[in-house]
Design a protein around this ligand. Structure first.
Ligand code: ASP
Length: 333
């Protein structure tokens, strides 16, 4: 992950996204070309989104469901021990526990999430089971773990030697302060970043997934925005989908992802909707906003995508038949 912030953007593979289909096309101000029904696309947060998108694309290119695509996609960073902000290898809380948050949402407002779950490498798949096999939406902590084990998930130690070492180093000062893009300054060490993934499938249906180990060295029991439906993730198949990364407390306050979907419903482009959500965080406390990172990513029903973040340093990955991009998010600061 040493080159996490070395942005690059491959040129669109094969030129402008003009595809066959039934709907008339047009270009909306501030956004990329509108897609036709039948042209899948997946977008996800940060540079680890590139590998995750490849996993999702395997599902989408065969005509699979967006729901399956986002689950398969985010399982890739969940299983990667080198990514210290998601799943296996995630940095622990201040008591040394690796606690994970994840949420998933489909095209019918079905959703599931797990909060503060331990010992399970793929919380996103547990969240999906909560959605599909229980009458509930959220399971937390020990109850989520018991549910996972009862459904065949294996209990695993998620604290890798590297994360254990970093935690022990942190314990020497035990100073907790979510910092902006800390990874830039510490050569590959970073204290937060979530994968949020949004996909549009060949049927024109949307789904999303979001999974994280949350803020490193957080208080035990702390839950961020990622598993909170409407904050870290929201999908309305009539309109679009949105996801978030960054300091979750600020995202929860404004119901960030739901806000963005509602703004898109009123006609905002994905980028404009994400920008307005960031502006709300700034308006509440400009001083606080200047010191933290929050990034939003959105995809609408037409396949237009856009993002906005507080600070430079946020990136998002895009994959479709014609595009494979890593894009630097536009920012306020
Ligand atoms: N949003 C995550 C949380 O607050 C962390 C991150 O994305 O950086 O738990």
């Amino acid at each position: 992950m040493g080159n996490r912030r070395k942005f690059f953007a491959k040129a669109m593979l094969g030129g402008a996204a003009v595809m066959s289909g039934r709907l008339p096309l047009g270009r909306r101000a501030g956004g990329p070309m509108v897609r036709r029904v039948g042209e899948p696309i997946v977008v996800s947060t940060w540079d680890f989104g590139r590998a995750a998108n490849v996993g999702a694309w395997e599902v989408l290119r065969k005509g699979g469901r967006a729901l399956d695509a986002v689950e398969q996609g985010v399982r890739i960073p969940e299983a990667d021990p080198d990514i210290q902000t998601i799943g296996y290898g995630g940095l622990p809380d201040r008591d040394g526990h690796v606690t994970l948050d994840a949420a998933i949402m489909d095209d019918k407002l079905n959703c599931g999430s797990v909060m503060c779950i331990e010992y399970i490498m793929h919380p996103i798949s547990v969240a999906r089971l909560v959605m599909e096999k229980t009458p509930h939406i959220i399971l937390v902590g020990e109850g989520a773990l018991q549910f996972a084990l009862a459904n065949g998930f294996k209990k695993q130690d998620l604290l890798t030697p590297k994360s254990k070492h970093d935690y022990e180093e942190w314990l020497k000062s035990a100073h907790y302060q979510p910092e902006v893009n800390i990874e830039n300054r510490l050569g590959g060490k970073y204290n937060h970043d979530t994968i949020g993934m949004l996909a549009l499938d060949a049927r024109g249906d949307l789904s999303g997934a979001c999974t994280t180990s949350g803020l490193a060295y957080k208080m035990h029991g702390r839950v961020g925005d990622s598993p909170v439906i409407g904050a870290g993730l929201y999908v309305d198949n009539a309109v679009g989908a949105a996801t978030a990364t960054g300091v979750g407390e600020e995202v929860i306050r404004i119901c960030g992802s739901h806000l963005i979907v509602e703004l898109m419903r009123q006609g905002a482009s994905p980028e404009a909707a994400c920008k307005e959500a960031v502006e709300r965080i700034v308006r509440r406390s400009p001083a606080k906003a200047a010191a933290i990172q929050v990034g939003f990513l959105a995809l609408n029903k037409q396949g237009e995508y856009g993002a906005w973040c507080l600070q430079k340093g946020f990136s998002f990955a895009v994959k479709s038949e014609k595009e494979e991009l890593l894009i630097a998010g536009k920012s306020n600061y």
